[in-house]
Design a protein around this ligand. Structure first.
Ligand SMILES: [Zn+2]
Ligand SMILES: [Zn+2]
Length: 226
């Protein structure tokens, strides 16, 4: 983004902790009047999160979110969210009349649903209003988060059980290289490893661990027999 120019499809942005919230034009009608934007912001704050598989999530938001993931080919999904309490909004055809002429609209109950994705330097969370017959984009959160260079994608996604104990890194190197994942969840343990030679990777990391003693070891340590 250059200066004050907003990306296409965005009509407003607000500062949030660690990043920005972009309000998208698709369902601008719902985010433009301050009243509904406050409702949506509240729904974002009180969102209930589920794993990317949608296990434990009510069927209606789960099917909608999985369809969005499939259609848009969303990758690196960390979680699926749904607002804990459905919100009341004017029915879509009534919203201009409601906003312009203060007509009392027909009210409908819509859920706010969300998809959280891992991106290069942080997280992207996309929020949608689920109107039952249609799902439309409302807002996007970009939040920066520094993460260790050698953290595997699966561990970064909090899907520790799926980590093979190895991470891909391409720092300084044109060809990505596999290095032991730095996560402390135990993914490098040979019992857990599903990747190539996880035992070797674990040993490598052990070798790199700093000794408890300060400075380099300059003497031969006696073998510990006990
Ligand atoms: Zn982990
Ligand atoms: Zn890991």
């Amino acid at each position: 983004m250059i200066g004050q120019r907003l990306p296409g499809g965005v009509w407003r942005r607000d500062r949030i902790t660690g990043g920005w919230r972009y309000w998208v034009t698709e369902y601008r009608g719902y985010s433009e009047p301050g009243a509904f934007r406050i409702n949506i912001t509240a729904a974002i704050r009180s969102m209930t999160w589920y794993p990317p598989s949608g296990v434990g999530m009510p069927m209606s938001p789960r099917l909608g979110l999985q369809e969005i993931c499939r259609q848009r080919e969303l990758k690196m999904v960390a979680g699926l969210g749904v607002s804990s309490t459905p919100l009341e909004y004017p029915e879509d055809p009534h919203i201009p009349a409601y906003l312009d002429q203060s007509h009392d609209p027909i009210w409908a109950t819509y859920s706010l649903i969300a998809i959280k994705q891992l991106i290069h330097r942080g997280w992207l969370t996309s929020y949608f209003l689920d109107r039952g017959v249609e799902i439309g984009g409302v807002a996007l959160d970009f939040v920066r988060e520094a993460r260790p260079e050698r953290l595997s994608v699966m561990c970064a996604l909090n899907r520790h059980e799926e980590c093979t104990g190895l991470a891909w890194t391409r720092r300084w190197l044109l060809v990505p290289q596999r290095t032991p994942c730095v996560c402390v969840c135990g993914c490098r343990s040979p019992r857990r490893g599903g990747g190539e030679r996880p035992g070797d990777a674990a040993e490598e990391v052990e070798d790199l661990k700093p000794n408890d003693e300060v400075g380099a070891i300059t003497h031969e340590e006696p073998p510990n027999e006990e």
